[in-house]
Design a protein around this ligand. Sequence first.
Ligand code: GAL
Length: 684
Amino acid sequence: MKKLLTLAALMWIAISGLAAQTPGGTEILPGIWKFTFGTPDSITPVSIHDAPPRQEAIAALGSDGACPVIPQAEFGRRGVLLTLPLKNDELLYGLGLQLQSFQQRGKKKMLRVNADPRVDTGDSHAPVPFYVSSAGYGVLIDNARYMTFYLGSKRPEGAASDAVKVEIPRSEGVDVYVFAGPTMKEAVARYNLFAGGGTLVPRWGLGFWYRGETDFTQEQILALAEDFRANRLPCDVIGLEPHWQTASYSCSYVWRGTFPDPAAMIGTLREQGIRTNLWMHAYVHPSAPIHDALKPYSGDYRVWNGLVPDLTLPEAREIFKGWHAQATTGIGVSGFKLDECDNSDFTGNWCFPEIASFPSGADGEQMHSLFGLAIQQTIDELYRERGVRGYHLVRSSGAMAAPLPCVLYSDLYDSQVFINAVAQSGFCGLLWTPEVRDANGEEDFLRRFQAVMCSPLAMVNAWYLQMPPWKQMNREKSKRHIVDPGSPEMTDACRKWLEFRMTLIPYLHAAFVKYHETGIPPFRALVMDFPDETAAVKDIAGQYMMGDELMVAPLTATSKGTKTIYFPAGTWYDFFTGERIEGGQALTLSFPLDRMPLYVKEGAILPLAHATLSTEDPDSRILDFRVYGDDPRPTAVYEDDGGYPAQLKENQIHWDAKRARIRFQSKQYTSGKTIRIPSGQPGR
Ligand code: GAL
């Protein structure tokens, strides 16, 4: 990456004819400045990153040559101290998945990887040393230490104004990158493009995922798939939890006897349009065939008696990939759930300590910050080498993660926190899925179900449930195989939401293409999209944009069907009823259990697919169009071969005002009916 950047910097200087020097910093790409202070650590998120920056897309964002914020550094006994000035009205967002808070100005955060973050101190599954300011710039501190950020929260004697202070312990230097706007949205986009652009999810990844109970056998997994199909329930992926392997805490990556013919099982599932995903973590059990080969490339502490491979090293990656290319991906596994790559020293105490050392030279503290990234990169490489794209789950991530095809999740179970994290993750190149498994009754279950349907990965994580929650949502009763008498109605209700998700896939896929090409996150906070309304939207965490045209505000059981929703300026339409709502106001609205707050921007054309049981069904390529308002914007859907690199073909969708019909041509998609929702609709 460092070499690539130097080359990119030289090319930019050559193109622009500018030496592009800011005091102490260099404009290495249009609107991206690098400041080097002292001697930076050799192992950092940027140094282990392997995707090149998207230079053309960055250039398209332009630059006025003025660095929006100038960092300064001091060195002392405590390490490096950075100071970045703050204006009075600046608000700050980001620092990764901060589950307990949204706007960060005024806070103190120490960025430590922690699987069980209970208080708002900076501990997180995915802490990211990148923040973005409402003044329209972003800052990445390229370091893997547990940094402490004082986000305008402390002002020393004599200081005339606030500043962000960042303390980096145990380092002799650091690289700081500044990303220009003009607004937060472009600053975030520039950061994501610098990392290589957003990930491009294969269409199947956007279908429905279901994870079977940990002890399910090959027979039970096949029966589960048949049950889905018998009940006409869409499903694109079934996940196997730890016990597909002979050892799982730590992992052997060897199929158990309960899966006598995994290749045949994977094949049978594929015939039904269902792919297979496997749970794993990277701690390698003594019985694993790769254990001995990995030993020289592992850290000096074990986790659950397993080796901790140093996956920042190519040698370790090759061994890890070599085995999977035979045993898992080689027989058709489509992806993984990369569990427990976060840390639990502060709570469950199961991880390697900070005092561990690794062959790359990283210590345990640095490895905690990089471990989630390194396992994601390893798995991504495995699929890249096969020429197909995967889509995976991961429990830890970090800086520069935008191109990695992985979605974060967690065991914690607070609905509102989960919903807020969808918008939160969009500030830092992360993707997040709220979790649904068992539930405290119908309302709790359906509201959780609706929330995951409006997220980057729509999944039920039933890893300890004997039956799908629509048959029994109580954990104890599920254990005893007691089917709920209301199961047929609940199955119908869930089918309706699954079909809703299936219809959205072409639209969501196009939002991911945009992420890939422009860096604009597919799921993002309102404060990114409506900079002119910052005062009204600055603290709105539970309401977010899903693509450019849809605004979602998922409910929780505690909201009892009622929510105050802010409508930004413009005209909005209720997705389900077509009711028109004028923006620039907040309204308190009620929703029965079969609806949720989901609004469409005036001028949108929504391409909605026919709901099929899987994305493999050719009927999923039949599109109905919904046209909102009298003067709709053109939009697009994409043909995608699912390959690596992706072969994409854009299909434009226009509204032909003269003939009052959609203009659309595609080899892969066919047009269904068009429904118009004209501006004249009665509304609030
Ligand atoms: C947890 C994970 C759960 C489930 C479980 C299986 O760590 O978060 O989703 O996979 O492990 O043991």
